[in-house]
Design a protein around this ligand. Structure first.
Ligand code: SAH
Length: 210
């Protein structure tokens, strides 16, 4: 998967490739689809949701330019596969999932695999990380990734992006989108388009209606 799907398409960051070598994708794919875990395409993960093609996950993480000291926010935990990859690359990952059963399964699996730098919340990630916890009240992130398709860039996420931070998300219609990388530089927003993609809809206050 790393050699023939990710490296050949131009991802060269060794730290990123090592994370892909380490995290066993088949552990995150439920049921019979598990046998296709290393194939070059998306797969169902239950509840009508999908895990992206490995290369798309790699491209998004590459655009996020995650450093070991970074605090990262992920919207759409899904199976927890991408969460595990981020946990390998960053200091800490905060992840939000709308569907309770997916959030619970991912949390259990990631704990079983020994990750202690991941915090999962069930809720609407379009408004960012919300917490009663005083230390997390004004939390901001070095990088944010949204793994579901947004109709526009959720302002709640821009607000939680640190100066110099990177937000990567699919943005467009409910069925086809462009992969966008947003950078916050000197308080201004810079957008770059990395081409067409297809994700399940981001459902919530600053996403699509159910
Ligand atoms: N990255 C995941 C795949 C995510 S699929 C993986 O590696 O498996 C997209 C996920 O986004 C789905 O699980 C869906 O339930 C979730 N989602 C959709 N809208 C959301 C929202 N507003 N907040 C949080 N999660 C959301």
């Amino acid at each position: 998967m790393v050699e023939y799907q990710i490296k050949v398409r131009g991802i060269t960051d060794e730290r990123l490739l090592d994370a892909f070598r380490k995290v066993e994708r088949h552990l995150f794919i439920p049921g019979n689809s598990c046998q296709f875990a290393y194939d070059d395409g998306p797969l169902g993960i239950g509840e009508g949701q999908t895990i992206s093609q490995p290369y798309i996950v790699a491209l998004m993480l590459d655009l996020m330019k995650i450093k070991p000291e970074d605090i990262v926010l992920e919207i759409g935990t899904g199976s927890g596969y991408q969460t595990a990859l981020i946990a390998e690359l960053a200091q800490r990952v905060y992840s939000i999932e709308r569907i309770l059963s997916l959030a619970k399964n991912a949390e259990q699996l990631l704990k079983k695999l020994g990750y202690s730098n991941i915090k999962i919340q069930r809720g609407d990630g379009t408004v960012g990380w919300t917490s009663e916890n005083e230390s997390e009240k004004d939390i901001t992130f070095d990088a944010i990734v949204v793994s579901a398709a947004a109709p526009s860039i959720p302002w709640g996420l821009i607000a939680q992006l640190k100066e110099g931070g990177r937000l990567v998300l699919p943005c467009g219609s409910r069925y086809v989108q462009d992969l966008i990388c947003v950078k916050k530089e000197h308080g201004k927003i810079k957008k770059e388009n990395f081409g067409g993609c297809q994700f399940v809809p981001l459902i919530g206050e600053q996403g699509w209606e159910k």
